[in-house]
Design a protein around this ligand. Structure first.
Ligand code: MN3
Length: 198
């Protein structure tokens, strides 16, 4: 098997009670793992088997007949990025250079949070909300299904998964409550700062 499920960057209980071990066990252990298992099956004995995940995503994004490969590879990448976008005792306002960039781009942290939440809640069906750097500027974007900013020349800083499987066990249909909790108590600004283009 070429591609492996990356381990979580913390224990499965580390985000309790905001994000339960039960949700993580399904989300990482079943959903994320299924994308890995599917990709391994799809690329077995093909010319792209063994390429980096980013290369597979890039090639598949440009080939209409590779939708299945794209969906599974991009979902692996997006989920790994999502796990790293959270940490125990995370959330709240960032500090340092990132805080200054957010103030400059959005007016204030509060305005950023409002727009990020609107992007996450407003994504119809399944997808993702992201804070990205695009052409040197911070932007909030949302992508449907497996789509990912890395195929659009954007540099992701953080993401929140708004597929129902990401929050249903803990928040049922209350996506806005999940996104608010993500911003207030989970988001890992150290990871976001480390992703800023040098
Ligand atoms: Mn998910």
């Amino acid at each position: 098997m070429t591609y492996e499920l990356p381990p979580l960057p913390y224990a499965d209980t580390a985000l309790e009670p905001i994000y339960s071990a039960k949700t993580i066990s399904f989300h990482h252990g079943k959903h994320h793992k299924a994308y890995v298992d599917n990709l391994n099956k799809l690329v077995a004995n093909t010319r792209i088997d063994g390429l980096s995940l980013e290369s597979v995503i890039d090639i598949a994004a440009k080939n209409a007949e590779m939708t299945g490969v794209f969906n599974n590879a991009a979902q692996i990448w997006n989920h790994t990025f999502f796990w790293n976008s959270m940490k125990p005792d995370g959330g709240g306002k960032p500090s340092g250079a990132l805080a200054k960039m957010i103030d400059e781009a959005f007016g204030s942290y509060e305005k950023f949070a409002e727009q990020f939440k609107a992007a996450a809640v407003g994504r119809f069906g399944s997808g993702w909300a992201w804070l990205v750097v695009d052409g040197g500027a911070l932007k909030i974007v949302s992508t449907p299904n497996a789509e990912t900013p890395i195929t659009k020349g954007q540099t992701p800083l953080i993401t929140v998964d708004v597929w129902e499987h990401a929050y249903y066990l803990d928040y049922q249909n209350r996506r806005p409550d999940f996104v608010q909790a993500f911003l207030d108590k989970l988001v890992n600004w150290d990871f976001a700062a480390a992703n800023l283009p040098k």
